[in-house]
Design a protein around this ligand. Structure first.
Ligand code: KIV
Length: 288
């Protein structure tokens, strides 16, 4: 699609004002980032969902800053003209501010991200302020926050009653006041997400948060069913079935190797007759 200027946080805010929806997808490596950029996505998230999706963990908790740096670098190489946000992993922004800034520095300098994402509400606002003060855009993330899955007691829908709705609205406003350039709303009831989106001047980006957010984000592997054991999720729409294509492709390859129908004539390299003559004393028949 040629080279374009990556989006920036000023343009994102204007897009909200102009009611232009933002599209975001996760990516974890070079080829997926390249394809996402070619497909015209506005932003890429190197989510710590890489723990579940790519590294085979059952939660995002084991993901480290080293993992995030490694994957972010490959994504940025694949999508050099797209705004890339990298997740701060579990427990890397709840200790000293020095530790937080060290992680942020690594994601920005070694990973070459354009921004970082942090999960949480009021308890992370001081960290958000400091990171934004250091010149690094921060995307907030409230609602279902997978890094706190053990506190939340599972992957539950958020904002089902008035008290919870109030709590989410307060968190979103606090993140905006702390300087976040946007807020991800994960698994939030549609009405509450709409209310939050109306109350903020910064964009909300929903995943399982209904139709009234300022943008949407989905996990790459969900959009494409790129998974060996794909499980339907109500809030996901899959646009392709890459998992089935891969399974069919690899099993055809295995079958043809077993049948000796691959490699075929068109896949092999032939030596000159003169080479064969030299090698095999003129018989010219070393390789049948
Ligand atoms: O890690 C991730 O992929 C995310 C999205 C689900 C928003 O945080």
């Amino acid at each position: 699609m040629g080279s374009k200027q990556p989006l920036n946080i000023v343009k994102m805010k204007k897009m909200k004002g102009d009611r232009v929806p933002l599209s975001m997808v996760t990516a974890y490596d070079y080829p997926s980032a390249m394809l996402a950029e070619e497909a015209g996505v506005d932003m890429i998230l190197v989510g710590d969902s890489l723990g579940n999706v790519v590294l085979g963990y059952d939660t995002t908790l084991p993901v480290t800053i080293d993992d995030m740096v490694y994957h972010t670098r490959s994504v940025v190489r694949g999508a050099p003209n797209t705004f890339v946000v990298a997740d701060m992993p579990f427990m890397t922004y709840h200790g000293s501010i020095d530790e937080t800034l060290r992680g942020v520095r690594r994601l920005m300098q070694e990973g070459r991200a354009h921004a970082v994402k942090m999960e949480g509400g009021l308890e992370i606002c001081e960290a958000v302020k400091t990171v934004v003060g250091a010149g690094v855009p921060v995307l907030g993330h409230i609602g279902l926050t997978p890094q706190s899955v053990n506190m939340i007691g599972g992957y539950r829908i958020q904002g089902k009653d008035a008290k919870d709705a109030e709590r989410l609205l307060e968190q979103a406003k606090a993140l905006e006041a702390a300087g976040a350039f946007g807020v991800v709303l994960e698994l939030v009831t549609e009405e509450v997400a709409a209310e939050i989106s109306k109350a903020l001047t910064i964009p909300t980006i929903g995943i399982g948060a209904g139709r009234h957010c300022d943008g949407q984000v989905l996990v790459f592997h969900d959009v494409l069913r790129y998974d060996a054991n794909y499980r339907e999720k109500r809030f996901v729409k899959s646009y392709a079935d890459v998992g089935s294509l891969i399974r069919e492709g690899i099993s055809s390859y295995v079958r043809e190797v077993k049948e000796r129908s691959f490699p075929a004539e068109e896949h092999v390299f032939k030596a000159d007759e003169s080479v064969l003559a030299n090698l095999y004393g003129g018989a010219g028949k070393g390789v049948e």
